[in-house]
Write a protein that binds this ligand. Structure first.
Ligand code: HEM
Length: 146
């Protein structure tokens, strides 16, 4: 039962995080007004919260459920998945800094700043696609080192 609850929580929060990423891509575009800036900054708060919850669910699954920590700690694909998730997290920092800056009065973003944030968001989406692939492989024993 614990395994099921953690798996459901893991998957729902992952879908929610992907939704946040897509919402940011839809909102961040040339000519965005103050309302859109406020909305994207608020949505971005959820990015951090959800990422934290995903890490908690993920490690809870790895340690207390599924196959046990001994299985994952020796699985290279598991660590590749964690690595990709960390890189995505790092790529989300410049957009967050930009939203904070844009929220200040009279600080509307230039077209170049918007294009730069969109590049970061697209990179995150591209790397995100790797995660279910790595997850499915690690769950099936690929990357097992011993
Ligand atoms: C620190 C972050 C994460 C940790 C520690 C973690 C850990 C785990 C663990 C232990 C499992 C169980 C695998 C098994 O049944 O043997 C799992 C499954 C899964 N994870 Fe994660 N995960 C993390 C983040 C993510 C993210 C961001 C995604 C995004 C797509 C993701 C997608 C999946 C999927 C799709 C499965 C099911 C795989 C399958 O049964 O075929 N995980 N994860």
């Amino acid at each position: 039962m614990l395994d099921l609850v953690l798996a459901v929580g893991h998957h729902l929060t992952i879908f929610a995080l992907f939704g946040v990423l897509v919402a940011e891509l839809v909102l961040v575009r040339k000519g965005m007004d103050d309302g859109a800036i406020k909305r994207v900054a608020n949505i971005d708060l959820w990015y951090g919260i959800l990422a934290g919850v995903i890490v908690a669910f993920g490690f809870a699954r790895a340690v207390f459920a599924a196959k046990g920590w001994d299985y994952y700690q020796h699985n290279a694909v598991f660590w590749a998945k964690i690595g990709v998730f960390v890189v995505i997290g790092l790529l989300s920092v410049p957009p967050t800094i930009a939203y904070i800056r844009w929220r200040k009065p009279d600080a509307s973003p230039s077209d170049a700043a918007i294009a730069s944030v969109r590049r970061f968001l697209w990179l995150e989406v591209a790397l995100f696609a790797l995660l279910p692939i790595l997850a499915a492989a690690m769950a099936r024993g690929y990357g097992q080192m011993i």
